[in-house]
Ligand binder design. Structure first.
Ligand SMILES: [Fe+2]
Ligand SMILES: [Fe+2]
Length: 164
């Protein structure tokens, strides 16, 4: 049986993942309207992934004998000011999600709820990937800003040569 405090933290995370899903949909629409097809596709995909995360939390709360709640998901993320800003917003948001998941893991550890602690490990690893994915895009934007597109293309060619 889930402790009340842990159940409420997990339910807050349900809302946060739903918020991420809706926010990324809004970011996808911004990118689509601006003509950034690739970025739009990436954020449409993220929308689905975040919904999947929400469902994982809901299913876990149910399996652990708790009662999942679909609550208010809060304010939308700011509207991007530029292509680069789109990914800055994404990265900031992922960092906030990481912080929240780590806090639940700490609580689970403190309460000796090893099942919840174990369940959260997948999310802890997933957040490393999600932050890295936005950070990598921002690094590439930085390279283009600094060196121009041609060096970026050359580096891409090198990466492709080694099958990356
Ligand atoms: Fe997520
Ligand atoms: Fe995410």
């Amino acid at each position: 049986m889930l402790k009340k405090e842990i159940q409420s933290a997990l339910n807050k995370q349900v809302a946060m993942e739903e918020h991420a899903s809706r926010s990324y949909l809004a970011l996808a629409l911004w990118a689509d309207e601006a003509g950034f097809e690739g970025a739009a596709a990436l954020f449409y995909k993220q929308t689905e992934e975040e919904r999947g995360h929400m469902m994982k939390f809901i299913k876990y709360v149910l399996e652990a004998g708790g009662s999942p709640v679909v609550s208010d998901y809060g304010k939308p993320l700011p509207r991007p000011k530029s292509f680069k800003n789109l990914f800055e917003i994404g990265l900031e948001h992922e960092k906030a999600v990481t912080k929240s998941i780590h806090a639940i893991a700490e609580l689970a550890w403190k309460e000796k709820d090893m099942a919840t602690f174990n369940f959260l490990q997948w999310f802890i690893a997933e957040q490393v990937e999600e932050e890295d994915s936005f950070q990598t895009i921002l690094n590439k934007i930085g390279l283009i800003e600094e060196h121009g597109g041609s060096l970026y293309m050359l580096d891409r060619e090198l990466a492709m040569k080694v099958g990356k």
